[in-house]
Design a protein around this ligand. Structure first.
Ligand SMILES: [Zn+2]
Ligand SMILES: [Zn+2]
Length: 321
């Protein structure tokens, strides 16, 4: 099948232990007393270190919280960044961008959004669309005029508290409109102290890296070598083409291995498929995706309703083994 989406992502499940890859767990969106968060930068970092995270970004509003302003354990990956909010000239609400791996502050409030993205990229940074549902983002109006965004926040713990935690519809819409596969993050957007158990340690992104550095994590996230979660672990996703070669249908079989799950959905550019046996939980799902779907991303739901979101896979490039 020709007509492939415009880009490809790297599956984290194709990056092997033998080649030196490991999983790292992190949260890219958190606030401290340097903006409207309650804990100090050090308390925020210590909390994530104590909860066995591997990486964190202290993404305060407007201004970089310097990673050298806190005492960070050697093995922990602290990513320097900020949440930047240029005005929105396209009619929607002020933009919320989680910006990773930047080194110089900028006057984002007074810069057009495209200039903020360009400046961040010039610094080697990575710019992500934050909590689109909570911000009432309209992808056509507010996002399509912009170039260079790395991807989308598919889950945000703080916004879930306000009933708008998921950005899946925006994610799919953006991919459909641009015919481009986009990677996603799951984040806490933590503002409160951990004692309140309000917006900490509930949404995270697992990334597949060879080095424990901010650059390696950011590169993995941009390449799609990651998945987001509020609970389930995804252990493997493999795809193979199972239709007859002579047929004009392109049928792909998915094998999804995970922690205990009650359902797995293949969310596709067209139709979509649910695997829900209905007679208890499972840790491996093998099912065929509706014919001629061009891409699929997978949502795994745990027994408690928590979810994990894989990045999208290009099905047009899946061939017979
Ligand atoms: Zn925000
Ligand atoms: Zn925020």
């Amino acid at each position: 099948m020709s007509n492939a989406p415009q880009n490809t992502l790297i599956s984290p499940f194709d990056l092997t232990d033998d080649d030196g890859y490991t999983w790292v767990k992190g949260n890219l969106h958190s606030h401290t007393t340097n903006s409207d968060g309650q804990p100090s930068p050090q308390e925020r970092l210590d909390g994530y270190v104590e909860h066995d995270y591997d990486y964190l970004c202290l993404s305060d509003h407007y201004k970089i919280t310097r990673i050298d302003s806190v005492d960070c354990p050697d093995n922990f990956i602290l990513i320097q960044g900020a949440e930047l909010h240029p005005e929105n000239p396209f009619g929607g609400q002020t933009h919320h961008f989680v910006v990773l791996n930047i080194h110089e502050d900028m006057d984002s409030k007074n810069m057009p959004p495209q200039h903020v993205i360009d400046e961040a990229i010039k610094q080697g940074g990575s710019v992500w669309l934050a909590h689109p549902h909570w911000s009432s983002v309209n992808i056509i109006r507010d996002t399509l005029p912009l170039q260079g965004l790395a991807g989308i926040e598919v889950f945000n713990t703080t916004c879930r508290r306000m009933g708008r935690g998921e950005g899946t519809i925006h994610w799919d819409d953006w991919m459909d409109l641009t015919d481009t596969l986009l990677p996603a993050l799951a984040n806490d957007d933590a503002h409160a102290k951990q004692e309140t158990k309000r917006d900490t340690y509930e949404g995270w992104t697992m990334a597949r890296v060879r080095e424990r550095t901010a650059d390696a994590v950011t590169d993995a996230l941009e390449a799609g070598a990651s998945y987001g979660s509020t609970g389930p672990e995804i252990h493997d996703i493999q795809l193979r083409r199972v239709d007859e070669v002579s047929d004009d249908k392109h049928v792909v079989e998915a094998t999804v291995r995970s922690s205990e799950a009650q359902s797995v959905n293949a969310v596709c550019d067209t139709f979509g498929t649910e695997h829900r046996p209905g007679n208890g939980t499972f840790d491996q799902a093998v099912f065929t995706i509706r014919p001629n779907a061009r891409w699929a991303r997978f949502e795994v739901m745990g027994p408690d309703g928590s979810k994990a979101w894989s990045n999208p896979f290009d099905l047009t490039r899946v061939e017979h083994e």
